[in-house]
Design a protein around this ligand. Sequence first.
Ligand code: NAD
Length: 357
Amino acid sequence: MASAKKQVRICVVGMGIGKPNGAALARNPRGTVVALCDLLEDRMKDFAKDLPGKVKFYTDYKEMCKASDIDAVFVGTPNQWHVPIALEAVRNGKHVMVTKPLADSEAAAQKLVTAAEAAGVVNMMSLSTRFGNDCQYLGNLARDDYFGELYYARARSVRRSGIPAWNLGFIQKGGGAFRDMGVHVLDSAWWILGLPKPIAVLGAAGAKFGPRGLGYWRGTKAPKEIYEKYDSDDYAGGFITFEGGVGLQVESFWASHQPDEFQIELFGTEAGATLKPLRLYRTDKKGEFQDIDGKPPKSKHAATWDAIADHFIECILDDVTCKAPLRHGLVVQQMMEGLLRSAETGREVHIEASNDL
Ligand SMILES: NC(=O)c1ccc[n+]([C@@H]2O[C@H](COP(=O)([O-])OP(=O)(O)OC[C@H]3O[C@@H](n4cnc5c(N)ncnc54)[C@H](O)[C@@H]3O)[C@@H](O)[C@H]2O)c1
């Protein structure tokens, strides 16, 4: 039954990625950002200027989660804080939306999903690649059987010099290139493939640039006191097998001697596709090759953030089934953590994912 409530009162936590997510939630006529939460008051004051109404500031997320005038929480802190904050929110009966990756470990991701589902709140991932118009187009084509059987995909995010270090969470334990950027292409490729159940993964990963002070965001120089704290991967790649014989090659590099690339390639029995450029490949009845520029229908949303925000709000107010529940984030986390564990031993890791998605 749809909720009788007309408005969702939201707190945005984390004034980095919280800003585009929060602005989109505030643009929805049924969303009101009533509070902001960050350790840094200046960042909250700065963002509050862009919001239409008055907002309350919190520096302590536990106190914020107790507030009875907040219905839903967006979590956009460094990875290591996603689960502690979202857990506190769901335990206080709040709906949650969490930025990618769901967590900094598989155990933390599992704990949050169990608690969110037990609490019966709407729980959703904010996934800016999956919800993007081009990925939606490819996913919808896949569901309409355009590709025939999708049996293989390649997905990669490659940067020449793009290690983020504006918060240490990126480069410390639980951060890293794969959880930061690999997660985008892995999640989207897995979703386009139809959420197949992963079986096993073999991976390689390491840090070849970051600990040397090289490869930071757009070639900027990292101070020694930053890069000596480096404790995560700056590249990771591997191969995941799924039920039904499906294979996915996935790679993520924060820094490399290669050009920048963000790509998903799909291999189907009737057609294939690339994300960038958005192009479809098939053979017509006469045996002629066809390369077709993808033409996604115009989105009704001004930006991907609005598509994400609007879905979160319709799940809360209209009882719409969530298209990107935290459970999806958990399976992606299981694939990522499996790949990183495999890289430590050089051996294949089996993945125990749920059938229930
Ligand atoms: N496309 C996307 O979806 C996308 C893009 C960028 C970042 N992200 C994700 O967003 C997260 C944050 O990255 P960012 O670039 O916004 O970082 P950021 O450093 O710009 O912002 C993080 C904010 O969180 C605050 N914070 C840290 N710990 C906190 C705590 N315990 N309580 C309250 N506030 C706290 C910090 O003060 C900071 O203002 C990461 O998990 C990253 O993966 C997602």
